[in-house]
Each structure stands twice: as C-alpha cells, then as structure tokens.
Design a protein around this ligand. Structure first.
Ligand code: UDP
Ligand code: MG
Length: 315
C-alpha cells in the first residue's frame, strides 16, 4: 500500500491543532493509503508540543519533530521534506486554511499518472487586507518577469508531490529558502487546483506586513539577478547623462563665457547621484549578505526532540 506523509509546520497552534488533527485523521481514514502525520513544532511558546505529545501517545500515525527555537516556516517545511518517508508528500498549514478534504481530489488527480504534483491556488483573497492583496499581486507579476522560476499568483504551499519531486527539493539545500520559487524552479508536471480561500479556524496569522515584505524581497533576491542588472543600467545611464551635461557646459562656456551660477542645481545633481549610488550599493549588499549566509553553511534547523527514527539532530 502506498504511503502519504502530511507535513504540518506548527508555530503556536494550540487552538487550531486539535481541530486539524480530527479533520485530517477522518479524511485519511476514508482513503486507502498508509499515512503519517508529521508535525514540525517550530519553537512554539504555547502548549503545541504538549498537545502533539498527547496525540502521538495515542496514535501511531503521528510523528513530531520539535525545533530548539523558532526557525521559520521555510525551515519547518524543509525538515518535513527531509524526514518524510511517504511515496507522496504534502505540506499543510495547521490552521485549516488548507482543507484536508481537498486531499481526496488531489490523490485522484496524481494517481492518473499524468502529473507529478497537484498544487492549490486560491481564487479569491477574501479575509485579507486589500493593501496586502495589492502588494501580493504586484509581487507576483514582478517576480515572474524577472526570474526563471514560474511562480503562480495565489499559489499556496499546500501541494501533493511524488517522491521524485520531494527528493529534488531536498537536494536544493540553500539556506535562504523561498519554497514557492523552489517548487517552480525544479519543474515537473503540476496540476493547479483552484479553491476558495477560507479564514483560519483559530489562533492568529504569524505574518505581518513587514515580514511578508521581507519575504517578498528574499524571493526576488533568491531567484533573480535583475536588480543587479538594473543597478548597472542606472550606472551606464548616469555616465551617459553626465557626458551630455559636460558637452553642454563646454558649449555654454565657449558661447556665453562662464558666469558663476547654478549652485542649487549642482547640489541637486550631487544628491541625486549620491542617492542612486547608495541604492545600488544596497542592492549589491543584499546579494553579498545572502552569499555570506550561504557560505556559513549553518544548519537549517536544530532538533530538540522527536519521536521519529533517524532524524538528524542538526540539519
Ligand atoms: N508557521 C511556522 N513557523 C513560523 C510561522 C508560521 O511553522 O515561523 C506555520 C503556522 O503554524 C501555520 C503555517 O506556518 O501552520 C502558516 O502560517 P500562518 O497561518 O500564520 O500564515 P498565513 O496563512 O497567514 O499566510
Ligand atoms: Mg494560515
């Protein structure tokens, strides 16, 4: 019998966890697959770990890996992929925004053999602040223009994947992870399943506007070198403008003499160019900083405790 692993990153999910567990288990009982619920406790400060241990004591299909601190959802998903042993693997949020009942349809589609993964895409952004939706839309159209990773607007991390695809993700061992980009970059045949967005059942979102903004910048830096090109083009355009300006000044001097004027405009130009230079240095700094953190080869996460066999404590 084929096995399916549900990877569930959890960060302070004590309210939502029991609801998710009940739902997911009842869906899994409906289908004829072996299954494993692999919860990743990402340094929760509430009773998440306690609840996980209680569930694991009564249900042999439940495994948990608990981190030594909060490493972020990306690290939690990576830990799940590295330690999942199912033939099919899926990532799901613990807050029921990824409805477990969809798994039944997803399994049917993947079993046809025509696709290597079934991914979900929300068709509406109800329950989200309009400003967040606006920025999200701009982000997706921008990143698709400037990178070769194919990132679909509204794509969730919730997707069912075959083992080959999971192996490819595990092989992408970069420290700065942006999973939506990684899924797109590795390729494979993906079926997009649209569904209506729902609000989380309990607890609160772990993202605020700035953390999402930083995540979007990470996505761009990790999957595109276009900002570096833009910085170079700025430089070239400025040199060209300065050259024209120089010719104009020489011509003016020859025709009209050299009255001392134009202090204000000179300062404006200096400040403008200084600003662009700092901006370009900042862009380069972003790439160098990413390079620096990659070169340290720090572990993606540190495991404090687990009930799963063969989990490396540091990865
Ligand atoms: N999550 C995590 N580590 C974090 C932040 C979030 O493991 O540092 C988990 C969280 O418990 C949830 C999932 O990632 O299961 C998605 O988080 P959330 O629902 O807050 O994000 P949203 O749905 O609002 O984008
Ligand atoms: Mg959520």
């Amino acid at each position: 019998m084929k096995k399916i692993t549900l990877v569930v990153p959890c960060f302070n999910e004590q309210e939502a966890l029991p609801i998710f567990y009940r739902e997911a288990t009842s869906v899994m009982k409906e289908i004829e697959y072996e299954y494993e619920l692999l919860f990743i406790n990402d340094g929760s400060k509430d009773n998440t770990l306690k609840i996980l241990k209680e569930i694991a004591n009564t249900d042999k299909n439940v495994r948990y890996i608990s981190f030594s601190r909060n490493f972020g959802k990306e690290a939690a998903m990576y830990a799940g992929f590295c330690n999942a042993d199912g033939d099919y693997v899926t990532v799901m949020d613990a807050d029921m925004q990824d409805p477990p009942s969809l798994l039944i349809d997803m399994l049917k589609i993947i079993e046809t053999g025509e696709y290597d993964s079934v991914a979900t895409r929300r068709v509406n952004r109800d329950g989200e602040p309009p400003i967040r939706s606006w920025f999200a839309k701009r982000f997706y159209s921008l990143i698709n223009k400037i990178s070769d990773a194919d990132i679909v607007d509204g794509a969730r991390d919730f997707r069912l994947m075959k083992r080959e695809m999971v192996n490819a993700i595990v092989a992408m061992g970069e420290t700065n992870r942006f999973s939506k980009g990684i899924f797109g970059w590795i390729g494979f045949r993906t079926y997009w399943l649209p569904y209506e967005n729902t609000e989380r059942v309990a607890g609160t979102t772990k993202w605020n506007f700035w953390s999402l903004f930083k995540y979007a910048i990470d996505g761009i830096i990790n999957f595109s070198e276009a900002p570096l090109d833009i910085a170079s083009w700025f430089g070239i355009a400025m040199t060209f403008l300065a050259f024209i300006f120089l010719i104009l000044i020489i011509v003016r001097k020859l025709c009209f003499g050299d009255p001392v004027a134009g202090w204000a405009s000179t300062i404006c130009v200096i400040v403008f160019i200084g600003g662009i230079q700092l901006f370009c240095m900042g862009v380069m700094g972003q790439y160098i900083a990413k390079n620096y953190s990659e070169s340290k080869h720090r572990p993606h996460y540190i495991v404090a405790e687990t009930n799963k066999l063969n989990v490396e404590e540091i990865n």
